[in-house]
Design a protein around this ligand. Structure first.
Ligand SMILES: C[C@H](O)[C@H](O)[C@H]1CNC2=NC(N)=NC(=O)C2=N1
Length: 101
C-alpha cells in the first residue's frame, strides 16, 4: 500500500500510544537519556541497524548522555506517515532494552 500523509487526528491517536514522543513541526520526535556517553552511542548504532532494516531513517543525534531523533517521510514531501510510527515503535522497544529513559 502506498504511503499517505496521516491526518492530525491520526497522528494524535498514535502519539497517545507512544509516551515521550511528540509532534515537532512536521516531524515526530523523541529524546532519550542514557547512563553514559558510550551507552548513548551504542543505542545510536542499534537504531541505525533498525533504520536500514526498515529502509526508513530518522535525523539521529548523539549527545553527551542523550540520543534524540526526529523523523518524517521524504517521499511524501516531508509529512508524517505510518512508516514513521513503525520506526518509532521499534525504537521504543530498543531503547527500553538499552535502559534509556
Ligand atoms: C530509496 C530509499 O528507499 C528511500 O530513499 C527511503 C530511505 N529512507 C527514508 N527515510 C525517511 N525518513 N523517509 C523516506 O522517504 C525514506 N526513503
Amino acid at each position: 500500500m502506498p504511503l499517505e500523509p496521516l491526518s492530525q487526528k491520526d497522528i494524535e491517536e498514535r502519539l497517545a500510544e507512544l509516551p515521550g514522543w511528540s509532534l515537532d513541526g512536521d516531524r515526530i520526535a523523541r529524546s532519550y537519556r542514557l547512563g553514559s556517553h558510550f551507552a548513548a552511542a551504542a543505542l545510536v548504532v542499534h537504531i541505525a541497524q533498525v533504520q536500514d532494516e526498515l529502509d526508513h531513517h530518522s535525523d539521529l543525534r548523539l549527545g553527551y548522555h542523550s540520543v534524540s531523533l526526529t523523523v518524517n517521510t521524504h517521499s511524501v514531501g516531508g509529512a508524517v506517515t505510518e512508516k514513521d510510527f513503525e520506526l518509532a515503535r521499534r525504537v521504543e522497544e530498543l531503547a527500553s532494552g538499552h535502559g534509556a529513559s
